[in-house]
Structure formats: C-alpha cells, structure tokens
Design a protein around this ligand. Structure first.
Ligand code: GAF
Length: 382
C-alpha cells in the first residue's frame, strides 16, 4: 500500500518541479497502553505502523519555498525568512513550525520544494501530524546536511506542534514515529526519552483498530486543559511531574483539590503502573492479563480522566461480552478516533461484520476497521 503512496508522491513532485527529489517515509503510530502519561514524564508503550506520510523534497534556488499537499491538492508558498503560524493553517502549520524550530536553534536553511501525501486516516488518533513533522525535519536535515540527531529532531517536531499547531502534546507520537522498529513496540520512559524494545507476538491474538470516524470539536483545547490540570496537581504536590507521585501522596492533598482533579491525577498514577504491569505481562506471555489492563485503562480514561466519548465507549462496551476479545480501549488523545482491540485472529472477520452493523444502527454512520503492522520509523527511501 505504501508503494502506491510513494509512487504517487514521486510522480506529483516530478510533474511540478522537474527534478529528482530526496524521498522520506515517516509512519504513524499506535499505542498499546499509557495514555496521557507522556506529558506527565511517565511511561508509554507505542509502536510505529505501516501507514504514514511519504514526502519528496528538494532544494530550491527561488526566493520562496513551495509545499504541496497531494491528498488535499493544496499548495502553499512562503519565504524561509518570514515564517509565522497561520490562523487555521492546518497542515501548513506543521511544516512552518518545523522550519521555525530549526531556525530557533540558530541553524540556517535555504528554500525548498516539497510534496507530501499520507494514508493515515485523519482524526483517527494515529498521529498523522507527528508523521508529517518528522518527515519534514528528517528531510530538511538530510537535504541541508544539518547534523541534527534523531532525538533533537523529535524535540523540534514536538515544539512545532506546541507553538504552531497549539497542542501541548507529550513526546510519545514523535518518538514512536521516529524510532519505531518492525514487529516491535517501545516501552518509553518519557522523562529520560529512552525506550526498551519489546518484540510483539500475541500468538493466536492480534491487534485490531476500530475508528469511530468521529473527531469532536474542542478536542485540542480539552487536551491542553488535561495537561494544565496535571501540572496544577503536581505543583500542589511540590513535584516536577505526576510521574513522581504515589496514591498516598495524592491522598494527602485530596481535600485541597476538587474531586475531578483528584480523579484525573489518580488516573495518571494508576495508568503509569498499568504500563509497567503490561510490560511484565508481555514478558510472561500472559495475554489474558494484557486484555484486562486494556479494559482498566479504558475505564480510567472514560470515567476518571474523561477523554472518551459515547462512540468510543460503545465500541469498547460491545467487546466485553465477546469471549474472543480479551481487551479493548480508546487509543490516543481521545474525544474520538480509534479503539484498539486484542482479538482472536480467527474471529476477526465475523466481529468486523457484527460491530459494523451495531455501530451503524446506533449512530447512523459507519465505523472503519484497520489491521496494522508494527513497522520501522522515519527513514530515507528510494
Ligand atoms: C496525543 C498526544 F500527541 C500525545 O503526546 C499523547 O499525550 C496522547 O495524545 C495521549 O496519550 O496523541
């Protein structure tokens, strides 16, 4: 599938700019467990997938840089020396943000020409934005021989998201997209930004994503609000981040904070513990326990951290009395997007049919179902 995507991007670049570009592929990600823990300097367990952004890029001698979003058939031009965030800039802001963050580091860049396209469904919570940011910073780094390390590149991508897209995200998405490894997931410590690789083989079971095809308005401001709550509680506890808190610490300040804030902080502390339990269960080949942790994670996201929505809850609830599904939860920032399900391989076909019908009956619209492969991270391609 990516072959087709890459071919289309190359072709479009050639038609537009007549030169041979440098080609980059940067993947999206899934997350096994550990949601909203990244900006609390905690633990997450993501993996890069075989869907992403293909990008063609070349230096330009012109006074402007020209970027073309093939999926949207939209072009944008800007001067490399006059970069600023655009109101409602959409995809443009990810590119401008990366350029601005590189320049902030005192590194000079020339103008360039770029074409990109992706096959990550938009709003699905599979990090098309991190894939785009990483592809741009990786492409520019190679093209202008900037000597930026992969780790610095993901920090540039993250800052682009903060300052140009307005989402105060953690580091999980950019890390997974940049450092992903085939057939593996990464247990990432978001404080040290170091990960441990786990080969993933769930035996007779597999991961299946179900997209609600819903992205609720205000999801970005709600995301930033959650981060603020976590920071407020950390400040009350006099610690750097909720990663350093225990439940007993939190109980000491329980009467000084609202019950809502208490529940949110409690969720973070418990989710961090679940990530560690999950990694132990993988090592022990305890698939049943993996499923149980997924359900517990969803319950916390929905009832304590409050980032789920009725469509996500519906999808998770409808797996609970299905003996062929061991666990399910919403994945990513929330307020829409996908659920991730641990399902018996032989039952995928009949489940797909069943859940599609039920979802349509309940909400009057379709859900989408994806199989994903765990794949390598951002790379130069031919
Ligand atoms: C989004 C953010 F970009 C990540 O940093 C992370 O916080 C995630 O939501 C929730 O776990 O994808």
């Amino acid at each position: 599938m990516n072959k087709k995507l890459i071919k289309e991007v190359k072709k479009s670049f050639k038609e537009r700019f007549k030169t041979k570009p440098l080609m980059v592929f940067s993947p999206g990600r899934i997350n096994l467990i550990g949601e909203h823990t990244d900006y609390n300097e905690g633990f997450v367990f993501p993996a890069a997938i075989n869907k992403g952004i293909a990008l063609a890029i070349q230096k330009s001698k012109k006074e402007v840089s020209t970027v073309y979003a093939l999926n949207k058939e939209e072009t944008y031009q800007f001067g490399i020396d006059t970069v600023a965030p655009l109101e409602n800039g959409g995809w443009r802001n990810y590119i401008l943000g990366v350029v601005a963050e590189i320049k902030k580091r005192g590194i000079s860049l020339g103008n360039f020409e770029l074409v990109f396209a992706g096959n990550i469904p938009g709003g699905a919570g599979m990090s098309s934005s991190a894939a785009l940011e990483n592809s741009v910073v990786f492409g520019l780094n190679k093209l202008f021989k900037l000597g930026i390390s992969r780790k610095e590149m993901i920090l540039i991508s993250q800052q682009a998201e903060h300052n140009y897209a307005g989402v105060k995200c953690g580091i999980m998405d950019q890390y997974a997209s940049m450092f992903g490894v085939k057939k593996s997931a990464l247990l990432l410590d978001c404080r040290t930004i170091k990960s441990k690789l786990y080969k993933i083989n769930f035996g007779d079971y597999k991961l299946l994503l179900i997209n609600t095809n819903v992205k609720h308005d205000l999801s970005e401001s709600a995301y930033n609000d959650r981060r603020e709550v976590c920071e407020k509680v950390s400040a009350k506890l006099n610690i750097k981040a909720l990663r350093d808190a225990t439940i007993s610490d939190l109980d000491i300040i329980k009467t000084d904070i609202t019950d809502e804030d208490y529940q949110k902080a409690l969720y973070i502390i418990e989710e961090n513990l679940r990530v560690k339990e999950f990694s132990k269960a993988i090592k022990a080949d305890d698939i049943k326990q993996l499923g149980e942790l997924l359900y517990k994670s969803h319950n916390g996201l929905s009832t304590q951290f409050k980032v789920s929505c009725k469509e996500l809850d519906f999808l998770v609830d409808h797996t609970k009395n299905n003996p062929n599904i061991l666990g399910a939860r919403m994945m990513g920032g929330g307020f829409g997007g996908c659920t991730i399900n641990l399902i018996l391989k032989s039952e995928v076909k009949s489940f797909k049919k069943e859940i599609s019908t039920l979802f349509k009956k309940e909400f009057g619209k379709d859900c989408s179902i994806y199989n994903v492969k765990l794949s390598d991270g951002t790379q130069k391609i031919k």
